[in-house]
Design a protein around this ligand. Structure first.
Ligand SMILES: Nc1ccn([C@H]2C[C@H](O)[C@@H](COP(=O)(O)OP(=O)(O)OP(=O)(O)O)O2)c(=O)n1
Ligand SMILES: Nc1nc2c(ncn2[C@@H]2O[C@H](COP(=O)(O)OP(=O)(O)O)[C@@H](O)[C@H]2O)c(=O)[nH]1
Length: 227
């Protein structure tokens, strides 16, 4: 069996984690694990952890480490036969340490995107809540304005994507991500990509991953929450 590949993608809100994860999943046939989608699924299904997580998210807070790790790590342990790319976890050093004790990561992608770019993108980000599909009115608009391409359902705009909320989210990201980035740097698995356009960053990520994993002809991989 081909060697399995485990990667994490990090970056501030709006940096393109979801967009780039989709491209990686499609090009290389990895499973895209979105911790945010998984949390939302648990909330929708009213699981114990979902009910608890909701009380934090409603207040604009991160879900505590022990809840996140309890949600995610057992699922990762079930993924022993899959190559995956995790988006949105770890968000704290404690989560990174817990992940470390579950699996050996091969690679970490860190996106470094200027504040003005994040602000512009997020003010224009529209989401299909049920699937997590993401649109941007300039970059990847939906075929019908305000409607998801596949289901035709309405798209929503998150309040915390407004510029007023972004500064605080960004500060929080920087504070929390710093020690995680240092940890991955010291392990020699960190790769940082900087720029204002996903389409210009993508070729570098593509060529890095091409040296690490074989590409597949798979074209129908979707953004899937944790199984
Ligand atoms: N490790 C994690 C992952 C998620 N969440 C919670 C807080 C988020 O608000 C929510 C949704 O996760 P997303 O990754 O979708 O959240 P964001 O909207 O914050 O991400 P971004 O703007 O970076 O796409 O789940 C969390 O507390 N801790
Ligand atoms: N204008 C523009 N928008 C982009 C680009 N890359 C991603 N986006 C959009 O920016 C928003 C944030 O991207 P997303 O992948 O959700 O970032 P995440 O928050 O890091 O997961 C979405 O609306 C994307 O469609 C880009 O290069 N240019």
């Amino acid at each position: 069996m081909a060697k399995l590949f485990r990667a994490v993608i990090m970056g501030p809100p709006g940096s393109g984690k979801g967009t780039i994860s989709e491209r990686i999943a499609q090009r290389f046939g990895l499973t895209h694990l979105s911790s945010g989608d998984f949390v939302r699924e648990n909330i929708a299904a009213n699981t114990d952890a979902g009910v608890l997580a909701k009380t934090y998210i409603e207040r604009g807070l991160l879900v505590p480490d022990h809840v996140m790790t309890r949600l995610l790590l057992p699922r990762l342990e079930e993924m022993t036969r899959h190559s995956w790319l995790m988006d949105g976890f770890p968000r704290t050093l404690a989560q990174a340490k817990a992940l470390n004790s579950t699996c050996d990561l091969d690679l970490v992608i860190s996106l470094n995107i200027p504040y003005e770019t994040l602000k512009d993108r997020l003010s224009d980000r529209w989401i299909h809540p049920a699937s997590g599909r993401v649109y941007n009115m300039g970059f990847n608009p939906p075929r019908v304005q305000g409607r998801d391409d596949i289901s035709g359902e309405p798209l929503i705009h998150h309040d915390d994507d407004k510029p007023e909320a972004l500064v605080a989210r960004l500060r929080q990201y920087k504070d929390l991500a710093k020690p995680i980035i240092n940890l991955y740097k010291s392990k020699g698995i960190l790769h940082t990509f900087s720029g204002t356009d996903t389409d210009r960053i993508w070729p570098y990520i593509n060529s890095l991953l091409s040296t690490k994993i074989p590409s597949t002809s798979q074209t129908d991989t979707q953004r899937i929450p944790m199984p």
